[in-house]
Design a protein around this ligand. Structure first.
Ligand code: SF4
Ligand code: MG
Length: 319
């Protein structure tokens, strides 16, 4: 089906000193289809949030292009198109506490986008807010309260209502459940999934853990130190992971099926990822990879479609 988002050779470098550059996102290309949930996974420092922010236009790429609905975000867009794209792409943040203004009533927080985009006024605006609160499992009376009166899970629901208020087409959810109690993580994921079915939405769902995105993602991308390591459908990634890093991430998840357990070798990741300031030469994963070869130090593995719709960057698959 139709692609709603195209990311081409996107880089984001931050200069942090005279001779030091963080290659936070380093030459990533992929696309997302309309109606898809794309899970993006990586440890902290992998660049996944930076990529998410560039995709909704909060950061400009250092180079490369991002196209949404056929429009290049960094291009010359007329005012009304720019405004429409700003409305159609929304972001849900990791920390529902920090992202909600503590001095604003919940109703006004949710209505901010409605006001900015002049979607409704007066009674109609109020009714939109009430309907949004109900849609995310809260109550219309909650509109009068302040963020601190709610639990973490409820605050994330408020953040979701705020994003939905402007009738987006595409939502980047940046670790929306990582800060929540495990007991309510599934509720918030299920809510996002239900809202997607009702609202013709497309998601980029960012998480640090593959288990969190498994059930909701159609496809999953795995990032490591600013690079995309692998992209496949969710089922193929779990059953036939190609990249040693993906295999390592999966080794950390309990395996329910003995058939998969036999197929999957256990790779245990030791230590933290190296710094993105001076990443290893060649393959960035080589310092933690049990299969590293001489070539892995010298040459960066190319990003290749190794099987149909299954991409990876690893020298093991290049012979
Ligand atoms: Fe390991 Fe080499 Fe593949 Fe990198 S390219 S993941 S070091 S085998
Ligand atoms: Mg992050």
């Amino acid at each position: 089906s139709e692609e709603i988002l195209q990311v081409e050779n996107v880089k984001k470098y931050f200069r942090i000193g005279p001779n030091q550059t963080v290659k936070s996102v380093d030459d990533i290309s992929f696309s997302i289809r309309k109606g898809e949930t794309f899970g993006l996974v990586g440890e902290s420092g992998s660049g996944k949030s930076t990529l998410g922010k560039m995709i909704v236009g909060l950061h400009a790429p250092t180079s490369g292009t991002i196209r949404f609905d056929g429009h290049e975000l960094a291009g010359d867009l007329d005012r009304s198109t720019r405004k429409r794209l700003n409305r159609e792409m929304q972001m849900i943040f990791q920390d529902p506490h920090a992202s909600l203004n503590p001095r604003m009533r919940v109703g006004d927080i949710i209505a901010e986008g409605i006001d900015a985009h002049q979607l409704a006024k007066g009674k109609e605006r109020q009714e939109m807010v009430y309907a949004l609160l109900e849609k995310v499992g809260l109550h219309p009376e909650h509109a009068q309260r302040f963020p601190h009166e709610f639990s973490g899970g409820q605050r994330q629901r408020i953040g979701i209502a705020r994003a939905l208020a402007v009738k987006p087409k595409f939502i980047v959810a940046d670790e929306p459940i990582s800060a929540l109690d495990v007991s309510i993580q599934a509720q918030v994921v299920n809510l996002l999934d239900d809202l997607k079915q009702e609202g013709n939405l497309t998601y980029l769902f960012i998480a640090h853990d593959l288990g969190m995105v498994k059930h909701i993602s159609d496809r999953i991308g795995v990032m490591y130190l600013g690079k995309m390591m692998e992209i496949a459908t969710s089922s193929e990634l779990f059953e036939e992971p190609l990249h040693p890093y993906t295999q390592a991430l999966l080794s950390a998840i309990p395996i329910p099926s003995p058939r998969l357990a036999r197929k999957r070798e256990r790779i245990v990741l030791s230590g933290d990822p190296p710094s993105p300031v001076n990443p290893p030469s060649g393959c960035r994963f080589r310092t933690r990879c049990p299969y590293a070869m001489d070539i892995c130090k010298e040459e960066e593995p190319a990003w290749k479609e190794v099987r149909k719709n299954h991409w990876t960057a690893c020298h093991l698959y290049h012979q």
